[in-house]
Design a protein around this ligand. Structure first.
Ligand code: TYM
Length: 330
């Protein structure tokens, strides 16, 4: 069975973009692949965090993994810091990453361009750690949204570099980016990605948003004056974004189908249909989430996940350290 690995960095609450672009696919792939899904808490601290809020977000993230349908019986769910090999291989990968490569990473470049002050060294070298996350498990596939594709491509380059230098160490992974919903946009500014760090709360639907609030966000989403439900991300970014959301939440319903259903009807009708779908899905997730946080499932899932993941990761780290010549032979 091919192996698949991915993670989410809960620097804030998980949102609909995370769900549509990534999490819903981890769940889907469970039948077909050996899925490893982790909570990237080392990546979280690359930007300043309030410790109490971070703890809550980590717990909520695991609870949401489970509530969205990740099944600890079939998949391995773990916290990144429970597997020490991530930080260790992360350092080794960092020593094999060129400054030029890190300088080309658009996420870091964007933050620099915004003039953000006091960016950390961890944020800069984050792609090397992400490479370690993936390579430790010899993952064949990495399901991610579009914004993370560049990091997986760097991972491929690093894997090939190390394989050429030290002999075959790593499986070269492939990014799996969904055809629909790989980049869900902000509802208040559809030219920007929906993101945890969205300045206005209106643009981002959180998985734990109150349903009335979520409905209101959809109903007040920015659209255009074209007065037709048509898929054209250039000309109608707001409407096209809502179509992507509707399509993804309805088993990738074709855009032509949606256009036909709403032909000659107003944006109000269309937005109501999107809001209904979003609220239906959030309601399902939130009901399950409430059951999960009350029980003992989180602790159990993370304990068995850490044990299973550590075995694989520790063995790979050992193999790498040996190949690089970092261990003494007696
Ligand atoms: P993160 O936490 O920013 O995002 C988690 C996943 O959600 C996807 N995503 C989106 N997809 C569609 N539309 C959006 N608006 C949207 N926003 C986010 C992301 O592409 C991602 O798949 N570096 C990673 C976490 C990570 C990781 C890894 C992922 C660390 N190590 C190893 C895969 C493999 C991150 O910050 O994702």
């Amino acid at each position: 069975m091919k192996r698949m690995l991915s993670g989410i960095k809960p620097t804030g609450q998980l949102h609909l973009g995370n769900y549509i672009g990534a999490l819903s696919h981890f769940v889907e792939y469970q039948d077909e692949y050996d899925v490893y899904a982790f909570i990237a808490n080392l990546h979280c601290i690359t930007v300043p965090q309030d410790p109490e809020e971070l703890q809550r977000n980590l717990r909520d993230c695991v609870a949401l993994y489970l509530a969205c349908g990740l099944d600890p019986e079939r998949s391995t769910i773990f916290l990144q810091t429970d597997v020490r090999a991530h930080a260790q291989l992360g350092y080794i990968m960092c020593c094999h990453t060129y400054l030029g490569e890190l300088n080309r990473m658009t996420q870091f470049k964007d933050k620099m361009a915004k003039g953000e002050k006091n960016l950390s060294g961890g944020l800069y070298t984050y792609p090397s750690l992400m490479a370690a996350d993936i390579l430790l498990y010899d993952a064949d596939y990495v399901p991610v949204g579009e914004d993370q594709k560049q990091h997986v491509e760097l991972t491929r380059d690093l894997a090939e570099r190390m394989n050429n230098r030290y002999g075959k160490l790593f499986t070269v992974p492939e990014p799996l980016v969904p055809k629909v919903g790989a980049r869900i946009m902000s509802l208040s500014d559809p030219t920007k990605k929906m993101s945890k760090s969205d300045n206005s709360d209106k643009g981002c639907i959180y998985l734990l948003d109150d349903l009335k609030k979520a409905r209101k966000k959809v109903m007040s989403a920015v659209t255009d004056n074209e007065a037709r439900v048509h898929f054209d991300p250039e000309l109608q970014p707001g409407i096209s974004n809502l179509m992507q959301i509707l399509s993804s939440l309805s088993s990738n319903r074709p855009m032509g189908d949606i256009e036909a259903e709403f032909e000659g009807r107003g944006y109000g009708d269309f937005k109501r249909a999107v809001a209904d779908k979003v609220c239906e899905r959030l309601d399902m997730i939130q009901t399950r989430y409430r059951e999960i946080v009350e029980g003992d499932m989180i602790r159990k899932a993370l304990t068995s996940g850490a044990e299973k993941a550590s075995k694989i990761a520790d063995a790979k780290l050992d193999e790498v350290q040996k190949a690089v010549g970092m261990e003494i032979k007696y």
